[in-house]
Structures are given as structure tokens and as C-alpha cells.
Design a binder for this molecule. Structure first.
Ligand code: TLP
Length: 369
């Protein structure tokens, strides 16, 4: 490496091989998980002080856990390799096998985690059909059944802010408080999947701690919009985190010299939040430009964060392939819906190029079927 910590360039495709190669930049809008660590992160990783974290001896991990907990307004934190593990460990720690876990029907914890809460935490998933990823205290009260020999014990309600499958919709404090009040009356524990909590905080102009206030636990992803390569921090009371630490170990999440990863996480927490407003602006530009094209319907959101859901007449898979051929990567999230996610590796010119590519394909798409 010759002492240089310059990160590799963004993913590129060679369009003219041989002498004087020509490269095309790939615009990757599949997720905000695709970012590459910045040179500041790489530098921090290279010089991180480390120890064996299973023995509690990694000072950089300790520092990250405390910093994340402070930002979330909780007593303690636990570094986990992924958001999926953060949610799983939270479910394992809050619930006994057979207890019910209430969450919005398309919440990540129910939709995208292979049923891990059921398989590995023994939870009985209880989906609540929400609107734009949100539900109310009254919805929760309607779903929770009284104590009865026949029913599972109601145990935990989880909220996702921002809500992924609804296109990054935000829950306000008033909306979460309504559910939290009902949960407390019903004796349920509460978990916040805050994979993109800083996006919500940025959109609403409040702190992450305000949005996490009243929850027993919150999981924050470092590897989404904040730009770290790996990791999430599960935060809660000291007692909760102590118990969660045991559960992290049983699912194989006890890491050793994890300070090299935590160092990138610390850099993400210091530097990553400021860029989220740009991501939201870029997503809004994409939404506006795409809405003007024929054959595309941009799903409306109350508050734009870093996602755009676009409904297309032709099969979404066909759109994905055609866009890929033009060096624009997006995900299909249902048969006729595309998801575009902005992040720190998406620039203003990338947004413009994406819109140009979409405009060309929108015209061609009328002939695809
Ligand atoms: N979401 C990923 C995919 O898994 C769908 C993405 O590309 O958006 N909670 C929420 C709200 C998430 O969106 C995700 C990841 C997770 C948890 C899990 O995080 P990881 O991928 O770190 O396990």
C-alpha cells in the first residue's frame, strides 16, 4: 500500500480494454449498504487500538458502544456485526420462546430476516398491517389479546424508523409515543429498529435520542447511510445490554479484535450524519425527475429521506437488467416496483445521469411488452 490509505475508486466497468482503458462509473442505487469506507475510516482502522472483545478488552469497541449509547440516549451499547443480528439479539433478550412479537407487517424484522426472530428467538411473529410502515397505539391495542391459556404471551413491539419497505417513511415522536404509551399499558417491551434512525432525525430536525426516547432498546446501523463497512450497535439499559451480550455470543457474534471495525464505526458516527441531508436532497431530485417520466409512478412519501420507490408498468426485473446495462444499479422490491437508495457515494452528477438513463429507457419501455 506504500503508506497510502486512499480508498479504491468507486466500482467501475471497463468499456474499452487495452492501452488507454476507458472506464465507466457505476452508479449503485441498490442500497446505502454499498458504500466503501472513506480514507478517514481506513486510516482510523489501521491505527485502532484493539484487544480481545470477548474478554471485554477492546478499547475501541468500548468507545464505540458508549458513543452510540450516548447518541441514542441509552445507558449502554453492544457492537454487533449487522442490523439483522441487532434485531435478533434484541428479540432474544426481550422475549421468552413462544412470546409474541408485534411489528408492522413489512418491517425488516418480519420481512427480511428469514424469520430469525421465530427460528432463533422462538418468537411468535404478530404482523400489524400498517399504513406507510406506521401503526397507532389503537392498532396495537386491537391486536394484543388478553391473558388466556390459549394465547401466546404478548412480549414485544418493534417499530422501524425510517421504514424501509415503505420507501424510507419517518415516524414522528408523537407517532412513536402513541404506540409506546399503549405498549407500556399493555406491559410490552419496546424495540426500535433504527437502522436509519439518523435519516429520520435529519428529516425531522430532531436528535436520534429524542426519537429513541422511551424505547427499551434501539439498534443503530453504522453500515447504511453513515458509511461504515460493517456493524450496528444495540443500545439499552446496562442490565439489558448485559443480557444481550450473552445472546450475541450464542449466535456467534462475539468478535475478537473488533476494534478495527469499531474504529470505522466511530468515524461514521462523527462524520456520516452530516451527509444525510445531501442524500435526502438527491433522493428528492430523483423522485421529482422520475415522476415526470411516462410509465413510471413514484410512490408518494410524507417526508423524503434517502429512498425512492418507483412503480413501473413493465416487469421490474426487466428494468433492473436494462438499467444495469447502462451502468445504473437498482433493486426490484416487488414484481413492478424498483427501489433507489441514495448514499455518500452518489453525487449530484450521478443523479442527473440516472435521470437521463431512466428517460431513455422510459421511452423504450413502451415497446418491451
Ligand atoms: N436492509 C437491507 C436489506 O436487508 C433489505 C437494505 O438494503 O435496505 N433493519 C432495516 C430497517 C434494514 O433496512 C436493514 C437492512 C436491516 C435492519 C439489517 O441490516 P444488515 O443488512 O446490517 O443485517
Amino acid at each position: 500500500m506504500g503508506g497510502s490509505f486512499e480508498p479504491p475508486l468507486r466500482v467501475q466497468r471497463c468499456v474499452e480494454p487495452g492501452e488507454g482503458k476507458v472506464w465507466a462509473l457505476i452508479i449503485d442505487l441498490r442500497s446505502d449498504t454499498v458504500t466503501r469506507p472513506t480514507s478517514v475510516m481506513r486510516q482510523a482502522m489501521a491505527v485502532a487500538e484493539v484487544g480481545d472483545d470477548v474478554y471485554g478488552e477492546d478499547p475501541t469497541v468500548r468507545q464505540l458502544e458508549q458513543r452510540a449509547a450516548d447518541l441514542a440516549g441509552k445507558e449502554a451499547g453492544l457492537f454487533v456485526p449487522s442490523g439483522t443480528m441487532g434485531n435478533l439479539v434484541a428479540a432474544m433478550t426481550h422475549l421468552h420462546p413462544g412470546d409474541e412479537l408485534f411489528a408492522e407487517a413489512e418491517a425488516h424484522i418480519l420481512y427480511y430476516e428469514q424469520g430469525g426472530c421465530a427460528r432463533l428467538a422462538g418468537a411468535m411473529p404478530h404482523p400489524i398491517r400498517g399504513q406507510a410502515g406506521r401503526f397507532s397505539g389503537a392498532d396495537l391495542r386491537r391486536e394484543v389479546r388478553p391473558a388466556d391459556l390459549h394465547f401466546p404471551r404478548p412480549g414485544l413491539v418493534a417499530i422501524e424508523n425510517t421504514h424501509n419497505r415503505s420507501g424510507g417513511e419517518v415516524w414522528t415522536e408523537a407517532e412513536t409515543n402513541d404506540v409506546l404509551t399503549a405498549a407500556h399499558e399493555l406491559g410490552l417491551a419496546t424495540h426500535l429498529d433504527g437502522a436509519r434512525l439518523f435519516n429520520a432525525a435529519t428529516a425531522l430536525g430532531v436528535s436520534a435520542a429524542q426519537l429513541a426516547s422511551g424505547f427499551d432498546s434501539v439498534s443503530i446501523c453504522l453500515s447504511k447511510g453513515l458509511g461504515a463497512p460493517v456493524g450496528s450497535v444495540l443500545c439499552g439499559s446496562r442490565d439489558f445490554i448485559g443480557r444481550a451480550r450473552r445472546n450475541r455470543k450464542v449466535v456467534g457474534g462475539g468478535m475478537r479484535q473488533a476494534g478495527v471495525l469499531a474504529a470505522a464505526g466511530l468515524a461514521a458516527l462523527s462524520d456520516g450524519v452530516a451527509g444525510l441531508a445531501d442524500d435526502h436532497r438527491h433522493a428528492a431530485q430523483l423522485a421529482e425527475g422520475l415522476a415526470a417520466l411516462p410509465g413510471l409512478q413514484v410512490a408518494a412519501v410524507r417526508e423524503r429521506t434517502n429512498m425512492v420507490m418507483v412503480d413501473v408498468d413493465a416487469p421490474a426485473g426487466l428494468w433492473v437488467a436494462q438499467l444495469k446495462a447502462a451502468d445504473v444499479l437498482v433493486n426490484a422490491v416487488s414484481p413492478h416496483r424498483l427501489r433507489l437508495v441514495t448514499h455518500l457515494d452518489v453525487s449530484g452528477p450521478d443523479v442527473e445521469k440516472t435521470l437521463t438513463v431512466f428517460a431513455k429507457l422510459a421511452e423504450e419501455a413502451t415497446r418491451w411488452s
